[in-house]
Design a protein around this ligand. Structure first.
Ligand code: MG
Length: 369
């Protein structure tokens, strides 16, 4: 199914003449509308690195490194990503050579997605169409972080429409899910444990089987334990943190470790690898959706293009900008009737507003060829 994308060639074959003449890095900090509490920690401010590339003909493109501030979701974190981008990935992109960097998929995605955005802007084609997507809107589910009390939780669920995914962790698992299920017996409901449990927590996890969850996301960290759990629970297992490469997808499929996969383009190293993972999932009969990383408008627009692929069969976690930020760094990515609107303009379809970008920038550096 892979339609070649501009610059879509094996590493090392990049056309040096079309490598960027300038790479600008912006470390931005934006306060979330409300702190996001999950098993891996609490996010109050969202700190990401935005990457702008300038091609020799002046065309620009944007990408986002969506690593969290602390290495508690995956091993990447903002400060380390900044150094890797500044000292390794940006110089390699300017030189038109492979970076030789091992790991760091979110930092890598920021550069590769920025280059793809720029090359698509040159052609006038939107990222979603370039990836092979045809949908203009994608159904969403609302992720609700760990609340202070059951009453807080029910109040938050009451305030939103459509499907709900609750963040859970040991001690905040069956009771909140049961409360939501009791209040809304027919509502689409899923749970995300962010690897907060261990293989010895079989009892509490089995207790969730009677709640009619669409899936239980990443209950434990490893693939072996995930496969073991998948064979013991009735609830479909979804994997997120464990799936960081196409190789991990192949292993998880071979081990029957998941019935659902959360495709996060940033965690996988960019939208092109994400498209490949969606295709692998379709081939293996695995249900698929695009998960969110509390992205700014740059990462959100990019991920929305992947979520628009036909292979993404479950509602995306991505929501409109207004769910996360009072004022996004780009024009807001908007939602209509419970769906996210996929930007239709060239490339990712949005660009940061220069004034807003300056307001939220805490560090910046520009590298030139
Ligand atoms: Mg997750």
């Amino acid at each position: 199914m892979s339609t070649p994308l501009p610059g879509d060639q094996h590493v090392g074959e990049q056309d040096r003449a079309d490598s960027p003449v300038e790479v600008e890095l912006r470390w931005v900090r934006m306060t979330l509308r409300r702190p996001h509490v999950a098993a891996h920690g609490t996010e109050v401010d969202r700190e990401v690195v935005l990457v702008k590339v300038v091609l020799p003909d002046g065309i620009t493109g944007w990408g986002e490194c969506s690593a969290l501030a602390r290495p508690t979701y995956t091993s990447e974190y903002t400060a380390a990503a900044w150094v890797v981008l500044r000292d390794e990935l940006a110089p390699a992109a300017l030189a038109g050579r492979p970076s030789e960097v091992v790991g760091h998929p979110m930092a890598t995605a920021a550069v590769s997605d920025a280059l793809l955005d720029a090359r698509l802007r040159r052609t006038g084609l939107s990222l979603s169409r370039a990836l092979g997507a045809s949908a203009d809107r994608v159904p969403t589910t609302t992720v609700i972080g760990i609340a202070g009390t059951i009453d807080d939780l029910l109040g938050r669920v009451e305030g939103v429409t459509g499907g709900i995914k609750l963040k859970i962790r040991p001690g905040w698992d069956h009771e909140p899910l049961r409360a939501v299920r009791s209040a809304w017996p027919d509502r689409w409901l899923a749970a995300d444990a962010n690897a907060g449990f261990t293989s010895s927590d079989l009892g509490p996890l089995r207790a969730l089987d009677d709640l009619g969850l669409a899936y239980l996301e990443q209950p434990v960290r490893g693939l072996v334990d995930s496969a073991s759990l998948a064979g013991r629970l009735d609830t479909p297992i979804c994997l997120d943190e464990s799936i960081d490469t196409t190789d991990a997808v192949a292993v998880a499929v071979a081990m029957d470790a998941m019935a659902v996969v959360n495709v996060k383009p940033s965690r996988l190293g960019g939208v092109e690898i994400a498209r490949e993972v969606v295709a692998m999932a379709v081939e293996a009969g695995i249900a698929t959706f695009v998960g969110g990383m509390l992205e700014t408008g740059v990462g959100r627009a990019s991920a929305a293009a992947v979520a628009a692929l036909d292979g993404c069969t479950l509602p995306t976690d991505l929501g409109p900008s207004s769910r996360y930020f009072v004022d996004d760094v780009t024009p807001a990515i908007v939602g209509v009737d419970g769906c996210l609107c996929v930007p239709a303009g060239p490339g990712i379809g949005v660009e940061p507003d220069p004034d807003r970008l300056d307001e939220v920038t805490v560090a910046g550096v520009t590298l030139r060829r």
